[in-house]
Design a protein around this ligand. Structure first.
Ligand code: SAH
Length: 256
């Protein structure tokens, strides 16, 4: 799947694309990332990509014209039929929040997207009105640019690609995954068995598969009840909690 990223700082992407388990997804082209700098589509000696805001006030605004030319070049390069055109996504605090369900949809959809990273005060609204299909936010805070949001989306999509994580399907055991009913992940432990007086929970050392799985399920239920009760409620209303789960939660209510 192909992602074309429009960014004034393409150099920020290289280390992320070359590091960690997700590198395989990028190197193998499962997630094909192409970087485009609107400065290459700007005119004049200074190759301006921004200007002062009409109405005054602080900061600069990204010019519509270099973005439009850059987008035109991307569309030509992708050579898609109009109906199958990949959406243009703008990262913005006003966008829909990025979630596991959203990432899953991107990774299954296959068409990829054109990702626009804003800078300064943002992008001339006329470009947004004309070309942007969706706006996506990382959360209720303000970044200085959309690059970190683009990297977050690419990373989350890349790790869902088949064969990218070392253990096939291990992402199915991560937080939010429908396979685990949208619950949060359980705690993890590794050697030594006792660290600074703190032992590893007994069930994990039992070698008894069913006991280990039950303990992990219970920890997921507890962690979710403590940190994100609304996710537990969502699992319950979808009928994903068994009678055994409910019995455990009733008996553990004093731990919450
Ligand atoms: N003036 C804007 C913030 C501009 S920050 C406002 O107050 O809403 C510059 C760029 O960073 C934005 O254009 C956007 O692309 C990116 N950005 C900032 N916060 C973000 C967030 N929470 N999620 C995604 N992108 C964000």
């Amino acid at each position: 799947m192909r992602f074309d990223v429009i960014t004034l700082f393409p150099e920020l992407f290289a280390p992320f694309l070359a590091s960690g388990v997700t590198r395989r997804a990028y190197a193998g082209g499962q997630v094909d990332v192409r970087l485009w700098n609107p400065r290459d589509f700007a005119e004049g000696n200074y190759r301006r990509v921004d200007d002062r805001p009409f109405g005054g006030g602080p900061g600069m605004v990204m010019l519509a014209e270099p973005l439009a030319r850059c987008l035109e070049a991307i569309r030509a390069d992708r050579a898609e039929a109009a109906a199958a055109q990949a959406p243009l996504v703008l990262f913005s605090p006003i966008g829909e929040r990025l979630t596991h369900a959203g990432v899953q949809a991107w990774s299954e959809e296959g068409r990829g997207a054109v990702l626009l990273c804003g800078r300064y005060e943002g992008v001339d609204q006329r470009f947004i009105d004309r070309h942007v299909d969706r706006q996506v936010s990382l959360g209720d805070f303000v970044l200085s640019g959309g690059e970190i949001a683009a990297l977050a989306l690419l990373d989350a999509v890349a790790r869902l690609q088949p064969g990218v994580l070392h253990d096939a399907g291990s992402h199915q055991f991560d937080s939010f995954h429908p396979e685990l009913d949208g619950l949060l992940d359980c705690p993890h432990y590794t050697r030594p068995e006792v660290w600074e007086g703190a032992p590893v929970p007994q069930p994990l050392l039992s070698g008894h598969h069913a006991r280990i799985e039950r303990w992990r399920r219970e920890q997921r239920l507890l962690t979710t009840a403590r940190h994100r009760p609304e996710l537990l409620e969502a699992a319950r209303s979808k009928g994903r909690l068994s009678a055994q789960d409910e019995a455990f939660l009733r008996q553990a209510s004093d731990l919450l």
